[in-house]
Ligand binder design. Structure first.
Ligand SMILES: *[C@@H]1O[C@H](CO)[C@@H](O)[C@H](O)[C@H]1NC(C)=O
Ligand SMILES: *[C@@H]1O[C@H](CO)[C@@H](O)[C@H](O)[C@H]1NC(C)=O
Ligand SMILES: *[C@@H]1O[C@H](CO)[C@@H](O)[C@H](O)[C@H]1NC(C)=O
Length: 219
């Protein structure tokens, strides 16, 4: 019972994980460039140089395509072959840790002067919104809170996946231990004993209920 619930949970997390645009094959294609294309022509030229279409590896079911974006710290522009992503009115960035193209939720680009973006655009059109390529002044140190880029909530990052698994394992271990201890302590008292047995029967059901709710919450 318990194991089945755990396996179901794991499958749910893993399938969620593969549906998102986490793209490990993009990581080795990252190269730092001094500047990104500013026009469609330049973008196409850069794309044919990068040869993303020659890659046989895929990001889930999508083919990696050419991108030139700021990284998550906004201190470097990188060229990368990654799956495209619909951006919802924010600047697009490539996160080298999450290994995918994401919205930089700290920067709305719908009212950028000299090239506002629409509320929905495909990440390969990023060159049209040059206001998004402004690097941070890298010589001044930034407050630590400013470095954070919001992680998109519609998919599970590898770190989050591992954290969830560890937390769940610990929880179930602690719960089992508590149950055993409680039962041993009260075994002499017959009234308590019967209650304990009832508890024992109830607990796996409760635990399963909790676990099944978890995979749905990221959506
Ligand atoms: C960009 O920022 C990251 C994180 O602070 C740092 O590790 C990296 O060296 C920086 N790169 C440049 C070119 O400043
Ligand atoms: C963009 O629009 C928001 C909301 O209308 C406003 O608060 C913000 O100051 C604007 N930014 C610029 C750069 O115009
Ligand atoms: C960054 O800011 C410092 C101090 O404000 C300034 O001296 C320096 O020229 C700036 N660097 C760039 C690249 O803008």
């Amino acid at each position: 019972m318990k194991h089945q619930a755990a396996i179901a949970l794991l499958i749910a997390i893993l399938s969620n994980f593969s549906n998102c645009d986490y793209c490990p094959v993009s990581a080795p294609t990252v190269s730092v460039v001094s500047k990104c294309p500013t026009t469609k022509t330049e973008w196409d030229e850069a794309a044919s140089r990068k040869k993303c279409s020659h890659m046989s590896a895929k990001c889930g079911n999508k083919s990696p395509v050419y991108h030139c974006l700021l990284n998550q710290w906004r201190n470097e522009t990188v060229e990368v072959c990654a799956s495209n992503w619909y951006i919802s009115g924010f600047c697009a960035i490539y996160n080298t840790e999450e290994m995918k193209v994401i919205d930089d939720f700290s920067r709305d680009c719908t009212n950028l002067t000299g090239g506002p973006c629409p509320t929905r655009y495909i990440s390969t059109d990023a060159y049209m919104y040059q206001g998004c390529y402004g690097k941070r002044n890298t010589s001044t140190s930034l407050p630590s809170t400013d470095k954070q880029v919001h992680v998109s909530t519609d998919c599970t990052s590898p770190a989050a996946l591992i954290a969830i698994i560890i937390v769940l394992s610990l929880l179930s271990l602690i719960l089992s231990l508590l149950l055993v201890l409680t039962c041993q302590e009260k075994i002499s008292k017959s009234v308590m004993y019967s209650q304990c047995m009832r508890l024992r029967k109830q607990t796996p059901r409760k635990e399963k209920g909790n676990k099944e709710k978890r995979p749905k919450s990221p959506h």
